[in-house]
Design a protein around this ligand. Structure first.
Ligand code: 26W
Length: 858
């Protein structure tokens, strides 16, 4: 659109595609061999950026703000890739490829520009081009807001999966919601978290493409009238409903070096009334306003709850809204390619449900097949259960979605009828399998106690149920979903999570990435297990020295960030001990800060205490309504305030809370870390993915045998990690016994007692004894019901402190430390999301790779 003005790019050497658009990359033919090897025309690129700045903002490069330059660069890139994007979809259609639709309420994408440039293979070239214009690519990248359309692990996993799917050349759509406000921005005021709205679309999103032509109407509420037709079948008609339009916006997901560009489709809501003024004509002004509000509200904001089900009606609306649109778009696309016949849908379509949040896909697909396509129940059920697959991401009981039937049926009357029928038929199955065993019916029914149990609906409606780490899947099979596993063992499988090395090493840690490439070539970028070639280098003194120098530089980069954002001086020679993740009791940030308090007490008792200087770094957002989590943030900041300003500490300990932890600063934090705190109560963390990002960047895990930590230790060897604490079996056994007595530990362990007492004696709260009382009580008494210390913080404390002591001792030997850190990098190969995706493809999705040939596109 912007580049088609003749004469702007000028000298005729640029590639000209059919529409006469001028590319900064030379001919299509050369591009065939992959974007990596194409020729980048720096001068053309610079001219394009200058032209865009002029066309978009009526400015010259010199006059433009960094934000305007950012926009211009992104629009230039978008034009560069649009042919591949079109060609990719043509290839899918021509090959009649099977497509996976990754259905997710969350996509935590982070920033797009840097990643897009990397995957196009143009990062260095663009950096140089901008430099010649007097611009710094880092500064331009910093103009971009994170796409924070997710909470934490589950959302970021979805983003990593999209990157891997495109890079491996598998046909995929991400389907989600275009929230107006994503994850809130966190500000720390007086040590407390304050949530500030994230207006991420303030400057627009240069990479997105609105696709009006694929709009759907989604209906809510009203009632269902059934009508007997001539052929003896019933027709179900929803009446007196409210509705909204779902309008898709597409974002390109660029594969690394392969011309494949997949799509993340996020749905926006618009009022129907702006199109159809009928309501106004009839004087039904109220309804028109209501529909307007419905549209506005539905996509207004991401629910900032992680691992906690709140049961809000609007959340269910969000779920059905994006699922109905996505399911119908997928079915329509299939029909267009298959003469309108949906009987073999499952051969070409798979819906992967990212946790239970998209589970209404099961009854929605049934509705489409029965009500719109005229299929019989059994046919529709066969297709649905061959199309849907479900991933479980948590065993935390409070995360389980159970919708009250009255709410569910009022909002989704037809969907509820279908769920009711699914349940009725499933109960028959249970009773025939377990005659006379009504206990089983209670335990497994989809509808029970006035609630719709979404996880059970997802299991019954899917052909695959997977956990996200080996231990997690075993716990699902043997505990949480035992009855289902017993009845349908073949559905259950494990897919240990992974992360994309393209963002979390290549982009986030350029120094280490370049060094790795220097040593072993660049094969690791698309084949991470090759990174094992580094292992022998861990025995080479010179290599270790180089590795240490890189870590040191990354620590300096983070230290500068901390200085700028927190005003705290940290010592890059200290151990950077980092816990960054959502704040949750089971993740035990409280145990970490209690250990810091314990160390502080040791220094106060013995001012000459010999310890390696340590910088304890935290980053965490707490759900806005999660009081105890927010109080933990306050405690961390209060402890920081006291320790950082106590001259007696002599800088042996620093505590830093990094404000607004998010994907973009995470990339820098992982690169600078020495110790990776993965200290969840065993059995509670389904997998964890931060643990993998730290490992890839050469931090050593200090952790419990939980989630994917188990597999990390298996890869790197227990001698290259610091493992402590109860095992998941032990935790589960205690839980079955009704817990343990933390008061015994309090009574017998003077160090622990002192730390606990300091929570209520005002040491860290200017004499205020009440401020942290809730935390104290949660550990020792049954504050607000429930068991005291149900996350076993006191139980694990000694073992944790011992492991921390081992860290201190080990760090004194830089040769040992850098060797172990290098071995962590070298053994991280398993944890690429490329491996995870390949397993999903082989065992669940059964997709074929495509190659996008740009020669043919011409
Ligand atoms: C309904 C409220 C709600 C919101 C989010 C319930 C549950 C969630 C997510 C399932 C929480 C989540 O992000 N789980 C994390 O998923 C990661 C990816 O698989 C795992 O690595 C983490 O261990 C798990 O906590």
């Amino acid at each position: 659109m912007y580049g088609s003005v003749p004469g702007v790019c000028g000298d005729g050497s640029a590639a000209l595609c059919k529409e006469g658009r001028i590319h900064c990359f030379t001919t299509m033919k050369e591009r065939k061999v992959g974007i990596m090897t194409q020729m980048f025309d720096k001068e053309k690129f610079k001219q394009q950026v200058a032209f865009k700045v002029k066309a978009l903002c009526r400015k010259t490069i010199e006059e433009a703000t960094p934000q305007q330059i950012f926009q211009a660069v992104c629009f230039t890139i978008k034009e560069e890739i649009v042919d591949e994007w079109i060609a990719t979809h043509q290839t899918f259609s021509e090959a009649d490829s099977k497509i996976v639709y990754y259905m997710s309420m969350e996509f935590l994408m982070g920033r797009a520009l840097g990643n897009n440039l990397i995957n196009m293979g143009a990062y260095e070239e663009v950096r140089e081009a901008l430099e010649e214009l007097g611009l710094d690519l880092n500064v331009i990248e910093d103009q971009e807001r994170d796409y924070a359309l997710g909470n934490g692990g589950l959302g970021r996993l979805a983003a990593c999966f999209l990157d891997s799917l495109a890079t491996l050349g598998y046909p995929a759509y991400g389907c989600g919601i275009r929230y107006r406000y994503g994850m809130f921005k966190q500000e720390i005021r007086d040590g407390y978290q304050v949530e500030v709205p994230d207006n991420w679309l303030k400057h627009g999103n240069p990479f997105e493409m609105r696709r009006d032509e694929y709009t759907y109407e989604v209906k809510f509420g009203g009632h269902i009238r059934s009508e007997l037709q001539k052929d003896g079948k019933y027709r179900y008609i929803q009446e007196d409903y409210e509705s909204v339009l779902a309008v898709p916006y597409d974002l390109p997901i660029i594969g690394y070096g392969n011309n494949v560009i997949n799509t993340l489709r996020i749905w926006d809501a618009e009022a129907v009334t702006t199109f159809c003024l009928e309501s106004f004509d009839k004087g039904d002004y109220r309804k028109a306003v209501e529909q307007e509000n419905l549209a506005k509200n539905i996509v207004e904001v991401l629910y900032p709850n992680d691992n906690h089900y709140a049961g809000k009606e609007l959340r269910l609306k969000q779920q059905y809204f994006f699922i109905s649109a996505s399911v119908r778009a997928a079915v329509d696309r299939y029909k267009n390619l298959h003469d309108g016949d949906v009987h073999k849908l499952y051969e070409k379509v798979c819906f992967q449900l990212n946790d239970t949040h998209p589970t209404v896909a099961v009854p929605e697909l049934m509705r489409v097949l029965i009500d719109e396509e005229g299929l019989e129940w059994d046919e529709a059920w066969d297709i649905t259960t061959k199309t849907c697959a479900y991933t479980n991401h948590t065993i935390m009981a409070e995360a389980l979605e159970k919708w009250p039937i009255d709410l569910f049926s009022r909002l989704l009357p037809r969907i509820y009828q279908i769920v009711d029928e699914i349940n009725r038929r499933f109960l028959i199955e249970i009773r025939s399998r377990y005659p006379g065993n009504e206990d089983k019916v209670e335990k497994m029914a989809v509808l029970f106690n006035g609630q719709v149990r979404m996880a059970y609906l997802a299991i019954v409606g899917s052909f695959s149920v997977n956990g996200v780490a080996r231990l997690h899947t075993e716990i699902l099979k043997n505990q949480e979903l035992k009855d289902f596993y017993e009845m349908m063992p073949k559905k259950f499988n494990n897919k240990t999570n992974g992360i994309t090395q393209r963002r979390f090493l290549l982009h986030g840690n350029p120094l280490l990435a370049n060094w790795v490439t220097e040593k072993i070539g660049d094969g690791w970028i698309t084949d991470l297990p090759q990174i094992a070639k580094l292992a022998p280098l861990a025995n080479d003194k010179a290599c270790r020295e180089e590795f240490r120098r890189i870590k040191r530089q990354n620590k300096e980069r983070l230290a500068a960030y901390i200085k700028e954002h927190n005003g705290i001086d940290v010592n890059p020679d200290s151990i950077f001990d980092v816990q960054v993740k959502r704040l949750h009791e089971y993740k035990r940030q409280l145990m970490n800060i209690m250990h810091v308090m314990y160390l502080y007490n040791k220094i106060k008792e013995n001012p000459e205490l010999d310890m390696v200087p340590r910088t304890f770094i935290f980053g965490a957002k707490a759900a806005a309504g999660y009081r105890r989590a927010k109080l933990t943030i306050k405690l961390i900041n209060s402890v920081a305030e006291v320790i950082n300003n106590d001259p007696q500490v002599k800088d042996r300990i620093k505590v830093v809370f990094i404000e607004d932890y998010r994907v973009s600063n995470a990339e820098m934090i992982f690169a600078a870390s020495d110790v990776s705190e993965q200290i969840s109560t065993a059995s509670k963390e389904a997998s964890g993915t931060g643990n993998m990002k730290f490992m890839l960047n050469g931090a050593i895990t200090l952790g419990t045998m939980d989630g994917a930590n188990v597999e990390i230790v298996e890869e790197v060897g227990e001698e290259n990690a610091f493992i402590f604490g109860l095992s998941s079996d032990e935790v589960i056994r205690y839980e079955q016994q009704g817990g343990y007595y933390p008061m015994e530990i309090y009574n017998h362990d003077a160090d622990v007692r002192k730390v606990l007492n300091q929570m209520i004696d005002g040491t860290f709260s200017d004499g205020n004894r009440e401020m942290f009382r809730e935390l104290y009580e949660s550990l020792l008494n049954s504050w607000g019901g429930g068991r005291p210390d149900c996350y076993f913080i006191l139980k694990d404390f000694r073992s944790y402190a011992d492991a921390q002591k081992r860290v201190d001792e080990a760090y004194r030997d830089p040769e040992w430390w850098s060797k172990a850190a290098m071995l962590n990098v070298a053994h991280s190969g398993k944890f690429t999301s490329d491996r995870t995706i390949q397993q999903y493809v082989d065992e669940i999705w059964h997709l074929e790779k495509v190659t996008v040939n740009m020669d043919e596109a011409e």
